[in-house]
Design a protein around this ligand. Structure first.
Ligand SMILES: Cc1cc2nc3c(=O)[nH]c(=O)nc-3n(C[C@H](O)[C@H](O)[C@H](O)COP(=O)(O)OP(=O)(O)OC[C@H]3O[C@@H](n4cnc5c(N)ncnc54)[C@H](O)[C@@H]3O)c2cc1C
Length: 282
């Protein structure tokens, strides 16, 4: 499975282990019970909702990203991606053994290709998120920026190539290349650790390009683990943390006359959910 990302990048599924039943069966080791189709879905949801994380570490996936170096640096900040310690897979397939190691095209052994990321939209700074961007600029300025970037990349790649021809080593010649050059990097992580990365990079706070890689990684996860990913929508991506003051505000709002009746009119309401919700606020 391969998903195109940005103008020349991609996210490709390389290998995986485990399915939606893995966390359920791992948890049942401690209860000493067999699979129970009537309760397996509820158990999976309970585990995720209550942050029982280790059962979700037996679902593992490796993806290969073709990605601009500056966007790769953001994803690499997630230290627990590539950390699948303690897991031993017995497989005749040699690739399976290798995929716990991170690997990247470094530009020391092989030359970088003349592939640079040119954004389709050029944005101005966001007023609230100081490190982000949001406002689309005048077309003229956007086109000017893209032309300058494109010409700069063409020029620097020609110089890179020439210096290699003259005898400069690849590891030194690569200093001439800009951060928007594409590289290839393999990442391996468990469902739990991918979830952590997506939680921070699939949101609008993250850089637009990083969001697109995160969304592609998520699409691959949905393909492998549809039922577990559906739980992320409810309990991770759709949920929010509240500080003590905000919890007080929520309590105040709920104490208003008619608050419960209003919630009860929503399709998602059930007495059991309401009781559970109130218990969380105490
Ligand atoms: C929108 C956005 C903007 C950002 N901007 C910047 C920036 O301007 N500059 C910058 O430097 N970074 C920036 N970051 C990176 C950010 O600070 C984190 O380093 C990154 O998100 C990884 O988060 P993490 O530590 O939770 O993930 P991981 O490294 O995957 O760790 C996951 C969890 O494991 C635990 N853990 C992992 N390693 C250790 C350890 N050594 N010791 C203790 N606990 C550990 C922690 O509980 C941690 O939360 C940004 C991130 C985002 C999402």
């Amino acid at each position: 499975m391969i998903i195109n990302v940005l103008d020349k990048g991609y996210a490709k599924l390389i290998n995986h282990m485990g399915d939606d039943m893995s966390p359920v069966m791992d948890a049942r080791v401690s209860t000493g019970t067999d699979s129970n189709p009537a309760r397996d879905d509820a158990l999976r949801e309970f585990l995720l909702e209550h942050k029982h994380t280790s059962p979700f570490e037996s679902m593992i996936m490796q993806v290969e990203l073709k990605i601009p170096i500056c966007i790769l640096r953001q994803l690499e900040r997630h230290r627990t991606v590539d950390n699948c310690d303690g897991i031993v897979i017995e497989s005749l397939d040699e690739n399976f053994r290798k995929w716990f190691s991170p690997n990247e095209q470094s530009g020391r052994y092989t030359e970088f290709k003349e592939e640079f990321y040119i954004p389709d939209i050029i944005l101005g700074p966001d007023k609230v998120n100081k490190q982000g961007s949001s406002k689309e600029l005048d077309q003229e300025l956007q086109d000017f920026y893209k032309t300058v970037l494109l010409n700069k990349n063409i020029e620097e790649y020609a110089e890179y190539d020439q210096f290699i021809q003259k005898g400069v080593s690849k590891e030194t010649a690569r200093f001439l290349l800009s951060q928007n050059v594409y590289t290839i990097r393999r990442f391996t992580a468990s469902f739990h650790n991918w979830k952590d990365l997506l939680e921070k990079r699939k949101t609008t706070n993250a850089q637009r390009e990083a969001q697109q890689y995160a969304q592609s990684i998520y699409t691959i996860m949905q393909h492998l683990w549809p039922r577990s990913c559906a739980l992320l929508e409810e309990h991770v991506f759709g949920s929010r943390n509240f500080c003590r003051t905000e919890v007080e505000w929520i309590k105040e709002l709920l104490a208003r006359e008619g608050a419960k009746e209003h919630i009860a009119s929503l399709g998602s309401y059930s007495e059991r959910r309401w009781t559970k919700f109130l218990a969380k606020l105490t």
